[in-house]
Write a protein that binds this ligand. Structure first.
Ligand SMILES: NC(=O)c1ccc[n+]([C@@H]2O[C@H](COP(=O)([O-])OP(=O)(O)OC[C@H]3O[C@@H](n4cnc5c(N)ncnc54)[C@H](OP(=O)(O)O)[C@@H]3O)[C@@H](O)[C@H]2O)c1
Length: 313
């Protein structure tokens, strides 16, 4: 199969097309023909070599951890999915480093899979798993946001932030978010109650007595300043000091745990029109397409998700 891989850590020029064997399956895995994938900041951080201490990958490395596609083969222990099912997932990050989603095929464990919401295209579905599940797990599981809670969601225009705002509003929260001024009206239409221009305004001077902060920008010390004593901050971008973890208000770090059942629940909310999938731009699944998509993500001003679409659909 064709895959877009890197042979060294470095710039987007490291991406090249290579031939790899189609992944072989463990009993609990399925093979998915990739129809679309998406870019997350972890992809370009990995390309730059920042994840070397976390993962013992060896070159060539295939990046990409969102997939929407069709099952072409199932392992012997897979019972809930069958060949021909249209699915989406945030696959595991395998230690070999070769089963990313910038490829013709990828493999996914059945407990990470969900059926693609019927109202979504493959492009839209590929925009959901990593960012959507991260938002779900932080807002619903870690912060346990409930009706009336005051919640600050940093970087509301980002892939994660857009899902987090919509999920928090669905739960009845009062949502403040940070963004560039040009995105303020648009974010208000999407449900944000307060939009703070992080270029010109200091949110610690504007927000007080908050119940929860979702930190996506590694701004932990400031986030803690706006919380009630019993308030909680969860960061997906930084590392709280031990003293911040045990203090009141408290901070904790979270790393996404891919989960097919939760993805199905989120998919239902999307199918019902409660949560919208916002796509910033799409690129073809080609060497140039992957280079352009990663550069766009690295620019740090995407409005929603950057999607990569297979060209042989
Ligand atoms: N721990 C985990 O499991 C996990 C999972 C997913 C993501 N992450 C991390 O979470 C972060 C966000 O991910 P993402 O996918 O949402 O990124 P993204 O889509 O690339 O975020 C881009 C957005 O960030 C906004 N932004 C940039 N700097 C900002 C600042 N100082 N304050 C407020 N907004 C700012 C920009 O808004 P404007 O254009 O309006 O300025 C832009 O819309 C990344 O660092 C990513 O690696 C971690």
């Amino acid at each position: 199969m064709k895959a877009i891989a890197i042979n060294n850590y470095g710039s987007v020029d490291e991406f090249h097309e290579i031939e790899l064997p189609v992944p072989t399956l463990a009993p609990d895995e399925v093979l998915v023909k990739v129809k679309a994938t998406s870019v997350n900041p972890i992809d370009w951080k990995a390309r730059l070599g920042y994840l070397q201490k976390m993962y013992p990958w060896h070159f060539p490395i295939v990046l990409g951890w969102d997939v929407a596609g069709t099952i072409t083969k199932v392992g012997s222990a897979v019972h809930d999915f069958k060949v021909g099912d249209d699915v989406f997932a945030r696959p595991d990050i395998y230690n070999e480093g070769q089963y990313g989603t910038y490829a013709e095929f990828t493999k996914v464990k059945q407990d990470k899979l969900a059926l693609k919401p019927s109202r979504l295209s493959f492009q839209e579905a590929a925009a959901v798993p990593l960012a959507g599940l991260t938002a779900w797990q932080v807002i619903v599981d870690r912060l346990q946001v409930k009706k009336g809670d005051k919640v600050l969601i940093q970087a509301g225009t980002g892939g994660v932030g857009l899902f987090a705002i919509q999920i928090a509003k669905h739960l009845g929260a009062v949502v403040a978010t940070t963004a560039s001024a040009r995105n303020a009206d648009w974010l208000r239409k999407l449900g944000a109650d307060t939009v703070i221009d992080y270029h010109t305004q200091d949110y610690t001077q504007l927000l007080t007595d908050y119940d929860a902060v979702f930190d996506t920008t590694d701004d932990i010390a400031n986030g803690l300043k706006i919380l009630k004593p019993e308030g909680r901050l969860v960061t997906i971008a930084g590392h709280p000091a031990d003293s911040q973890k045990t203090a009141k208000p408290s901070a904790e770090a979270w790393w996404l745990q891919p989960n097919g059942n939760q993805l199905a629940e989120l998919g239902q909310l999307i199918n019902d029109g409660v949560v919208k999938v916002i796509i910033d731009s799409t690129f073809p699944l080609s060497v140039q397409g992957v280079r352009d998509a990663q550069q766009k993500s690295e620019g740090n001003h995407a409005r929603g998700k950057i999607v990569i679409v297979a060209t042989d659909n």
